[in-house]
Write a protein that binds this ligand. Sequence first.
Ligand code: GTR
Length: 330
Amino acid sequence: MTHLKSLAALLASAAIATVALAPAALACERTLRSSDTHPEGYPTVEAVQYMGKLLEERTGGALCIEVFHSAQLGEEKDTIEQTQFGVIDMNRVSLGPFNNMIPETQVPSLPYIFRSVEHMHHVMDGPIGDEILAAFADHDLIGLAFYDAGARSFYNSQHPIQAMSDLKGMKFRVMQSDLFVDMVDALGANATPMPYGEVYSSIQTGVIDGAENNWPSYDSSGHFEVARHYTLDQHLIVPEVLVISKKTWDGLSDEDRQAVRAAAKDSVPHMRELWAAREAESEAKMREAGVEIVTGIDKTPFIEAMVPVYEKYVTSDKLKDMVTRIQATE
Ligand code: GTR
């Protein structure tokens, strides 16, 4: 009897467990795999997870997103290819690695093109942003939204950069984009394009003197441990982009596509809040960690040095027109 009772109890608890598990198991008919180079908790990772929650709620569990953070699926350039092939469904990346492939992405990647992050928001939230997102379609990708990445500045292991002349002959890692190679060369330094994940050890072993990035990346990558001099020259305000594979897109119903687009757009204000908080937090952390920070440098020579870079990259009428419209945007 006791035995029977406990068997009944076991069956009952199994039934409860099945019931309890059922919603989770049924919750997602389809889970989209999304890549990110940053660790759990980084604003881009959290923004896509938030988008996933919106999507799951709004589609009644037809679509969910799982973010593979910390470069689990590979470095940005490789994951972009895999997204084009449809092996990865979604990807959150910088616009930088798209520069060589999609000329329109070069425009917001031009050094000092934006006067401020607010200026960048006005441009990317408007028709120019939409034109850039649309340009992904010719490359087996659908552009969904832009996210914040603050401003990028130079940091290095050697000495403080007070003026452009201090960069002379130094070796800096850049993202894999010809535009950024030419940017660094135009400043009198030498550029080494390489994947993000190789930067720490390359600085540590002296293969390069430094790199350039925003506060949260400088912090979360640990680069500040090996490159203690950070100069706020803010040469790039290049946004991040969220894309979905055209292969995945083609397999979705119209309704689901609309839900994906809307959830991506709706994650942007949330991302901006997360970003602002994280940026301030990382900057404070870096100051506390004793990083030598150079502020208030004269940016004029940096800006003037970019003239040949603009001449080299802004060649088609389309890109010229975009640059003119950006400059005319409030
Ligand atoms: C970060 C950006 C990453 C990656 C990285 C890099 O700011 O969020 O997507 O592009 O920079 O420098 O490679």
